[in-house]
Every structure is written in structure tokens, then in C-alpha cells.
Write a protein that binds this ligand. Structure first.
Ligand SMILES: [Zn+2]
Length: 256
């Protein structure tokens, strides 16, 4: 006669490396590794997320020193080592490489402005809800930028990033590094308001919109084909040029 159904339990010791402990609770951070006892055949992805780490932040999982994928199920007592994305690692990690387009949640408006200033394609609406963000992300194959951890853990999120800093400047540098965007940067080529790629335009085409001093002193104009915004190199762009230069200088520094 069959006895009552009993699920076997397995014990797993987990180490979070290279800054992933950012997502752990403070007491866990102090006492790494974390020991968990779970039902046999628990998925490694669920286990990692139960510790607070969103799966898009994980690029490499070793179980007893062997590389495994997210669907891997834990069947025996073991040790796991979990690593974030690293530019030094060869491309066999869990995360896609070469991502060049993004969608950002409504709290990251200043990060979005910086990224667009650098020419990066970022979809953004400050009133977008979670469903809107996930829809745009999937439909347009964009990576999700958000500091909303449950949202980043949503199962449909393939690629995403949680900027660690609260400061837009640092968030911009972090995002460029995480997605290796430095070679793709093209400052002043994208509309800060609507994300469209700007066109060069003749002064005559925009002269009606210009203040007298702008008409006099500037000859180099770009115009957004979608929203009609006109840009030129003036005192306003001067400040932005300084910001671009500061971001690029910081990106070029070795990581702390
Ligand atoms: Zn525009």
C-alpha cells in the first residue's frame, strides 16, 4: 500500500557574488552564504528570486561548480554560486548581449533624458502602468529599466536592469556599463521629448520659430520629425554638452 505522499526536501547553500548581495536583506548580507531548505525539484530561478534577486540581474549560475540555466531543478543537496552580468565574461551567460533599445518606468524620467541625450533609444511615458511597460517591452523587444523589483521579477521580462543609484547621473553610467552601450552612443541625435531620431535642417526651414539672437548667432539646427522640436547649439546645448562630457568621462573610468 502506498504511504502518504511525501515530498523530499533538499538543502542548498547559496552565495551571491559581485554586488548581487545589494538585493539581500541587511542581515542576510552579513551572513552569506544563505542556506535554504526547499522541496526537491524547486527551480533555481524561483529560489534565487525568493532571496530577492530579480532574474534579469543574474547572468551566471553555478550549481556545484557546474553552469546551469534558469529552468534547472534542484534535486540533491548542493551549493550554488550566483553572479551578475560582467563585461569581462564571455558571451555564454544567461543574459542577452547587444541590447540597444529600452523602456523605462515612470519614475526614471531623468535617466531617460540622459540616455536620449546620448542617442540611446528609450521608450517612456510618465503615466505608463506596469501592464503598458510590459506590453511595450515585449512588442518592441526592449529591455526594461526600473527600480520596481516585483515588476522586474515578472516572468515575461527577458532583459532588464535595476539602477542601484537614486541619482540620475550615476544611473546613466550604470546603465551604459551594464548594457555595454559606450560604442553605440551618439550624443545630440535623438529628441529628448519624444525619442525620435533628429534630422538636420536648414536654418531657413526653422527661422520663423527662432528668437532674434538665435537667428543671428546659430547655423547648426536639427529638428524632430515627430514632435517638431527644434534644437541648436546655444547656451542650452552648452550645458548639455558639459553633462555629456561628464558622463562619458565617468563611463571611461575603471569601475570601482
Ligand atoms: Zn520629438
Amino acid at each position: 500500500m502506498a504511504g502518504p505522499l511525501r515530498q523530499e526536501r533538499v538543502s542548498i547553500l547559496i552565495f551571491f557574488h559581485d554586488g548581487l548581495d545589494y538585493f539581500l536583506k541587511p542581515d542576510q548580507r552579513r551572513y552569506q552564504p544563505i542556506r535554504r531548505t526547499v522541496d526537491c525539484r524547486t527551480g533555481v530561478k524561483d529560489l534565487i528570486e525568493s532571496c530577492g534577486i530579480p532574474h534579469p540581474e543574474v547572468d551566471l549560475i553555478l550549481v556545484d561548480k557546474r553552469r546551469v540555466d534558469f529552468p534547472f531543478r534542484i534535486e540533491v543537496d548542493c551549493t550554488a554560486d550566483v553572479y551578475p552580468f560582467s563585461a569581462q565574461r564571455a558571451s555564454s551567460g544567461l543574459q542577452s548581449r547587444g541590447i540597444r533599445s529600452f523602456v523605462a518606468d515612470g519614475h526614471l524620467g531623468k535617466l531617460v533624458r540622459d540616455l536620449r541625450l546620448l542617442g540611446i533609444d528609450v521608450a517612456y511615458r510618465n503615466d505608463a502602468d506596469d501592464r503598458d511597460l510590459l506590453t511595450i517591452m515585449q512588442r518592441e523587444e526592449r529591455a526594461l529599466l526600473t527600480r520596481d523589483r516585483p515588476l522586474l521579477m515578472h516572468r515575461v521580462v527577458a532583459n532588464g536592469f535595476f539602477p542601484r543609484s537614486q541619482a540620475p547621473f550615476e544611473q546613466t553610467v550604470e546603465t551604459i556599463r551594464r548594457f555595454e552601450l559606450a560604442p553605440a552612443l551618439a550624443p545630440f541625435t535623438r529628441c529628448l521629448r519624444c525619442n525620435s531620431v533628429l534630422n538636420r535642417t536648414e536654418k531657413e526651414a526653422v527661422i520663423e520659430q527662432l528668437e532674434p539672437l538665435t537667428r543671428l548667432y546659430y547655423d547648426d539646427f536639427t529638428k524632430c520629425p515627430s514632435c517638431g522640436q527644434t534644437y541648436w547649439r546655444g547656451s542650452h546645448i552648452g550645458k548639455l554638452e558639459t553633462r555629456v562630457a561628464n558622463i562619458l568621462a565617468k563611463v571611461a573610468e575603471p569601475e570601482a
